[in-house]
Design a binder for this molecule. Structure first.
Ligand code: MSP
Length: 510
């Protein structure tokens, strides 16, 4: 089985994490945990993008040296990610020494091979996007995204990106999964129908000092995207001493997925891909562009829009696993999604407090009351055949949906399986049945516990803490994907414990 390497974008240290950035990070974490559950060896990278004009300006505003500012903000990201139970393996910082060296090595190689040349450039620059535009790119004097631009005329260095246009189109056409979802793939192919120019990859030092010096001309620093994009490959060993085996394992031979926001599609699908081609590095398996978490005005939630929600506040309100669940359940990957407290409250109540929570509390309470807290025998399973068939088929379904980047649909399947189990319990009413036929009542409860085991195993990547607790309460006490496609795996007589609700009902309107 291939290794699985998943990355988030590395975040600019001009802002604290908000719900939008937390969304991307939680999603990557959940995907990593799923692939781990399915048996793949996984690595998960997140980090911070610390050079460039945007960060320099943010530091200046605070009257701080950019390195001091970056150190503080990077710590901030780490703290919030750990509060959200993000299991990153690499926290990448572009101001780390090994990164600077690796970037300079890549630049020197391209320069030596004639892939980089000097020219005078006249055009426009958007600081907030850190992107150059030509006159014809502008829409009403702003960037196509509506950002302010300033005029620049400079002598700079350029990467011969244009010469890779045909090769890139061919790669995208031959590998339909390379850029996903399909709408984004079409967008990139549309972009590539226009002639692809070369990429300005430097800034003169007198304009911007906060960057990595070009190794062949120290009057310049590297353009922030050329610096930042290399993080993904350098993290697993590219241009790093003694790490060639790692690079082979994680990049050359492994499955590599970049999760990005749709606003940074071109920089990844076009700049990054052509940089890789020039550097003779294989392209990643997939670049998947997610949509945005929207604010109240249906715009992208971002600091500049002034309407950001704090993931820490939301975690305190909905519980850690509640928030993680919301991010996956109600955002179909690739689409934009509004976030509102009201809708989120209804979701937590219906899926977690009622559907999952009631099933757990009823089953464990009844086993506690009538069966001395021991898991009863599942019997001949005849009356539960429908449920058994559904449950045993569920892991495969979930695996397929997650591997095709549809985790929201996987959660929908799990919830509908739990609804079926609740229906089964209602119909059999073991609380009544126990008086006249305790053996069958025990079997019904045992089946409910088996259904909970399968569901909890499949929900664990989304809600690691609560599902571990649940698996302990039902007497299984471990996480096993292999056993999730088989009924009757909780040992008969295993200790079943009741406890507080995993997800207390939330007051609507609170
Ligand atoms: N530093 C660059 C990325 C370099 S990767 C080599 C950058 N940083 S960013 O901090 O501005 O944004 C990082 C990511 O967060 C982007 O993918 C962006 O789409 C995502 N999000 C920021 N706000 C978001 C929402 N409101 N919703 C979903 N994702 C959002 O770009």
């Amino acid at each position: 089985m291939k290794t699985f390497y998943i990355t988030t974008p590395i975040y600019y240290v001009n802002d604290r994490p908000h719900l939008g950035t937390a969304y991307a990070t939680i999603t990557a974490d959940v995907l990593k945990r799923y692939h781990q559950l399915f048996g793949q060896e996984c690595k998960f990278l997140t980090g911070t993008d610390e050079h460039g004009q945007k960060v320099e300006q943010a530091a200046k505003k605070r009257g701080l040296d950019p390195q001091v500012h970056s150190d503080e903000l990077a710590e901030n990201f780490k703290t919030i990610w750990s509060d959200l139970n993000i299991s990153f393996d690499v926290f990448y910082r572009t101001t780390d020494d090994f990164h600077k060296k690796a970037v300079q090595k890549a630049l020197q190689e391209l320069f030596d091979r004639g892939e980089i040349y000097q020219n005078t450039y006249e055009g426009w620059y958007s600081v907030s996007e850190e992107i150059f535009y030509t006159e014809k790119d502008l829409v009403d004097g702003k960037s196509p995204e509506g950002k302010e631009v300033t005029k620049v005329k400079e002598t700079n260095y350029f990467f011969k990106m244009g010469q890779y246009q045909e090769a890139l189109i061919e790669h995208i056409e031959k590998n339909p999964d390379f850029i996903q979802p399909n709408s984004r793939r079409n967008e990139v192919l549309g972009f590539l129908r226009q002639p692809l120019g070369d990429l300005c990859i430097s800034r003169p030092k007198e304009r911007l000092s906060w960057g990595i010096p070009l190794p062949f001309d120290d009057h310049y620093v590297t353009y922030v995207w050329f610096d930042a994009l290399l993080n993904y490959a350098v993290a697993v060993g590219y241009n790093r001493e003694g790490m060639s085996e790692d690079f082979k394992k994680w990049w050359i031979e492994g499955e590599v997925k970049h999760l990005i926001g749709k606003d940074i599609l071109t920089t990844h699908a076009v700049y990054w891909s052509t940089m890789l081609m020039a550097l003779k590095i294989p392209l990643p398996t997939q670049i998947f562009a997610t949509g945005w978490i929207l604010n109240k005005n249906q715009g992208k939630m971002s600091k500049s829009q002034g309407d950001v929600m704090s993931p820490t506040d939301l975690k305190n309100h909905f519980s850690l696993d509640g928030l993680r669940y919301l991010m996956i359940r109600d955002v179909h990957m690739g689409n934009d999604a509004p976030f509102s407290i009201e809708t989120a409250t209804l979701r937590i109540n219906s899926d977690l407090a009622n559907n999952l929570g009631n099933l757990l509390s009823r089953s464990t309470n009844l086993v506690n009351k009538f069966f001395d807290s021991k898991k009863p025998n599942t019997g001949d399973l005849e009356h539960a055949q429908h449920l058994v068939t559904l449950g045993e088929a569920l892991p495969k379904k979930v695996e397929e949906l997650v591997c095709s980047m549809k985790p929201s649909y996987a959660l929908e399947e799990i919830m509908s399986f739990l609804s079926e189990t609740n229906k089964y319990l209602e119909e059999r009413a073991p609380w009544k049945l126990v008086k006249e036929d305790p053996k069958t009542a025990g079997e019904v409860l045992a089946n409910a516990l088996e259904a909970l085991r399968i569901a909890a195993t499949l929900l664990e990547p989304v809600m690691p803490e609560t599902m571990t607790d649940l698996l302990n309460r039902i007497g299984f006490g471990k996480l096993s994907f292999a056993e999730a496609s088989h009924w009757n795996k909780i040992p008969e007589g295993a200790l079943v414990t009741k406890g507080d609700p995993l997800f207390p009902r939330l007051e609507v309107g609170s």
